[in-house]
Ligand binder design. Structure first.
Ligand code: SF4
Length: 292
């Protein structure tokens, strides 16, 4: 990153918020903003209402009171619902819970401690691109139901860092997955978005899944690329500068025919494996028009 990120220490009003994401009931965002700066990030649009004039990847709001607010949120809900299981809690929807500064601020760690101390009985799901999560294996082991997912969109570090500009390398994520597996923590991999220049055919997908199985992954989620106008504008502006030939591939990926074909490839390649398919289907954000 060329410019130093702007770090703001803020107080959150609520931490446990209702989720609109498939498979998750609640979401915890210990930060607002994300310094990994992925070029396909959908959160870049959602989270920036507080920072309309700042570039995604250059700012981070650190919710310094997150664990105290979470404790109150949990107690209030437990009273209302009469249970300590309100459904699946997901870390995180508009940030990475293990963005680099988590090493310093430990906001995610404190939230996990709060969930442990509260005795949360529902599922807790953590999705990250950072091996920093292994720092918290001690707490993860003390949670009743937890699963840790890594986003992996390519196997090659260079290919991955082309779009996941400041995120940790794929090789470091694979090592972390293996460590979690060896520590007895359930893991999954989120292959999303499915990138058209990476997952091109059955062979490239099979190679990716072989690698994931070799590090102990038992569950895999797939998501078609979301090329809503705002995501597309930001991504294409970047591709225009770095590798304009890829734009055509993304345009093709944004058609129903491409999705149908990719769904078939995924079904075929998953068929004889022991891997579970997250949600039982490939995630897509909206139906696309067919080509005329
Ligand atoms: S790690 Fe996730 S939240 Fe952060 S920039 Fe990348 S896609 Fe967005």
């Amino acid at each position: 990153m060329s410019q130093s990120p702007k770090i703001n220490l803020v107080n959150a009003v609520a931490i446990l918020t209702k989720s609109g994401l498939p498979g998750a009931d609640w979401v915890i965002n210990p930060y607002n903003g994300c310094l990994f700066g992925c070029m396909y990030c959908y959160a870049a649009q959602i989270a920036r209402w507080k920072h309309p004039d700042e570039k995604w990847g250059t700012y981070l709001d650190v919710k310094i009171n997150a664990s105290e607010v979470l404790k109150k949120d949990l107690e209030r809900l437990a009273k209302k619902e009469g249970t300590r299981d309100f459904g699946e809690i997901f870390f995180s929807s508009v940030t990475d819970p293990y963005v680099g500064l988590e090493a310093k601020y430990k906001i995610t760690r404190q939230c996990l401690e709060t969930l442990r101390d509260f005795g949360y009985e529902g599922n807790i799901s953590i999705q990250t691109k950072s091996p920093l999560v292994i720092r918290d294996i001690d707490i993860l082991k003390q949670l009743k139901k937890v699963i840790v997912g890594f986003t992996i969109t390519a196997l090659d570090d260079e290919v991955s860092q082309f779009l996941e500009v400041n995120a940790p390398t794929i090789s470091s994520r694979l090592i972390a997955l293996e460590k979690l597996h060896k520590a007895g923590i359930n893991t999954y991999v989120f292959v999303g978005p499915l990138l058209p220049h990476v997952i091109k055919n059955k062979d490239s997908l099979a190679k990716l899944l072989d690698k994931l199985e070799s590090v102990g992954v038992k569950e895999v989620w797939f998501e078609h690329i979301n090329l809503s106008t705002k995501i597309k504008n930001r991504l294409y502006e970047y591709l225009e500068k770095k590798n304009s030939k890829l734009i055509e591939k993304f345009e093709i990926a944004n058609t129903q025919e491409y999705r149908d074909e990719l769904d078939k490839i995924i079904t075929e390649v998953m068929k004889d494996r022991k891997l579970r398919l997250g949600l039982g289907q490939v995630i897509h954000h909206k139906k696309l028009k067919r080509r005329q």
